[in-house]
Ligand binder design. Sequence first.
Ligand code: ADP
Ligand code: MN
Length: 177
Amino acid sequence: MVEESGRRKRPNILVTGTPGTGKTTTCTALAEATQLRHINVGDLVRDKNLHDGWDDELDCFVLNEDLVCDELEDQMEEGGNIVDYHGCDFFPERWFDCVVVLQTDNTVLYDRLSRRGYNESKLSNNIECEIFQVLLEEAKESYPEDRVVAMKSDTIEDINRNVSTLTDWVRNWHPTS
Ligand code: ADP
Ligand code: MN
């Protein structure tokens, strides 16, 4: 039997998507609107050393999934979190009441990532990741489909609309039992 939201009083939301799709911007605004806690997993991994070293090829830390999940377990059980990460297949399914996958038009994303100073190989890896909807597929394989929602994140208007939709959802959320 799948363990549902249990006793948490406020929901947990996962915001995922290819780097540059607007996760951190969206989560920051959503946390402000809802008073939920924004957890930027990339920052947490760096600050608390929850990794197995640096991956030179991918130019990022090799995240240690067990360390990350142990670090977050208590807070997630308590509820009221917005988790921000470009991966979603290693978190326990029971943690999340809603999984948001942000999506951005390729040319818009290309510009954002170039501005971020990504090198050619990192750029093409991430654009490919977006073209093949890798995160949407990963989310659908890892969570019940009715908890997964894809949201377009091309413009500021998109961010405002997504934040307002999600804020309404949080306000209307009730524990399942
Ligand atoms: P992520 O956390 O997914 O890597 P960020 O939130 O850091 O993405 O956004 C990357 C850059 O793109 C930032 O400069 C941000 O202002 C911009 N950006 C993100 N989403 C949008 C959007 N929907 N419209 C306009 N600019 C955006
Ligand atoms: Mn980010």
